[in-house]
Design a protein around this ligand. Structure first.
Ligand code: GMT
Length: 377
């Protein structure tokens, strides 16, 4: 079958959508397809030189008349250029706003009938979809796409309810690189971070947005640390970080809560962790929960969005209602204090990652979609 030339549009910054877009591109490139990133920056640190991966930078001049430089239009312009210069077969855009809209415009500028796949990752629907100023834009982006996918069943259903697009939305789950996310030997990491050998480690990984509800993690940890010798490690950067630091100080937990910033060694950090806490208000999938399962770390997570499709309550983790700190504490203590239960959840977690989210199956689903949209059989 003919190998395809695919334009990829994503946010190249920290976040699960960028990770999924990048991993998918690498796996497609390994299958012989040509992947052309059209973005404002090189996506992620871990794209090494690959003969089938290309990068087309979107640049924009800051003219005095622009209060806000029109990035979305510059992106559309670059998409049009690349469709023509590279003779692309299709576009795969991550996020309806603004990327699907820029893709529709770029396609029009190039006078092309190229197919567009839009993958919804969550916040474009669950947050922007509620904003009257953007709801029509989300719907427009989806309706202009040839095919739209959502990263969980919950997001697919919510998209239909909130956005009411004209077209069907299909679910394709997220996946991870199983070669990277395995139980690894962490060397001296625990000691280097100043954590004593007997201390339990709770981990949270996110981009520190309000939606991640980190204050509830701090409140839960405060109670847990009264009963179990433990440390909380917070991995990531984001707008809420200073606020969280203040809360940690107020709670007199500064000796027990470590802010590690952005890190590349997630498998090692997961290897020293006993439990993940993820108490988001909204979450379309929760890629870090899958990364944790694959590394043998059970989670206490909120029963919202797509999380119950990753974390099975009482099987590979515990689900708690959003805002219910008491239950989060109770379930966290159970997993930290009952070694047998922890071992069972760990084993079940490996199984979930392997059986429900195997990259080979999920990449195949995308590849079939690529051929469908490119009009190849
Ligand atoms: O959660 C974020 O703030 C980042 C955002 C992103 O762009 O990566 O995450 C969304 O996409 C991820 C990959 O599909 C999902 O795992 C996250 O659940 C989703 N975030 C939300 O729905 C809040």
């Amino acid at each position: 079958m003919k190998k395809l030339k695919i334009g990829v549009i994503c946010y190249p910054s920290l976040g699960g959508s960028g990770v999924v877009a990048t991993e998918l591109a690498i796996m497609m490139a390994n299958k012989g397809h040509e992947m052309h990133f059209i973005t404002s920056g090189m996506p992620f640190r871990f794209i090494e030189e690959h003969t089938n991966i290309y990068f087309h930078e979107v640049t924009i001049e800051g003219y005095a008349v622009f209060k806000y430089p029109p990035y979305d239009i510059a992106l559309a312009n670059r998409i049009a250029q690349v469709i023509l210069s590279e003779n692309l077969d299709l576009l795969h855009v991550h996020y309806a706003v603004p990327h699907a809209v820029s893709a529709a415009l770029g396609k029009d500028m190039a006078n092309s009938d190229i197919g567009v796949i839009t993958t919804l990752h969550g916040t474009d629907v669950t947050i922007l979809g509620h904003d009257p100023g953007l709801k029509n834009t989300v719907r427009y982006g989806i309706n202009k796409s040839t095919i739209t996918t959502a990263v969980s069943e919950s997001l697919r259903i919510e998209t239909n309810e909130i956005i009411k697009p004209d077209k069907e939305v299909r679910t394709i789950y997220n996946f991870i690189d199983e070669k990277k996310y395995i139980p690894v030997y962490p060397g001296n990491l625990k000691k280097d971070l100043g954590i004593k050998p007997h201390e339990k480690v709770i981990i949270h990984i996110s981009n520190f947005r309000d939606v991640k509800n980190i204050p509830d993690i701090i409140h839960s940890f405060k109670e847990i640390s009264k009963l179990v010798d433990s440390k909380l490690i917070l991995v990531g950067e984001g707008e809420e970080k200073e606020e969280i630091k203040r809360l940690v100080m107020e709670s007199r937990l500064q000796e027990r809560v470590l802010f590690l910033g952005k890190r590349d060694d997630l498998p090692e950090l997961l290897a020293i962790s006993d439990l993940m806490f993820h108490l988001s208000k909204k979450e379309a999938f929760g890629l870090v929960l899958l990364e944790a399962l694959a590394c043998g770390v059970p989670s206490v997570a909120t029963n919202v969005g797509g999380i119950p499709e990753v974390i099975e309550d009482g099987i590979n983790g515990f689900l708690v209602p959003y805002g219910d700190v008491n239950t989060a504490v109770e379930k966290g203590l159970l997993l930290l204090q009952d070694e047998e239960l922890h071992a069972t959840f760990r084993k079940n977690g490996f199984q979930t990652a392997k059986v429900k989210f195997p990259s080979s199956k999920i990449v195949e689903q995308y590849e079939r979609l690529y051929y469908e949209v490119a009009g190849e059989k």
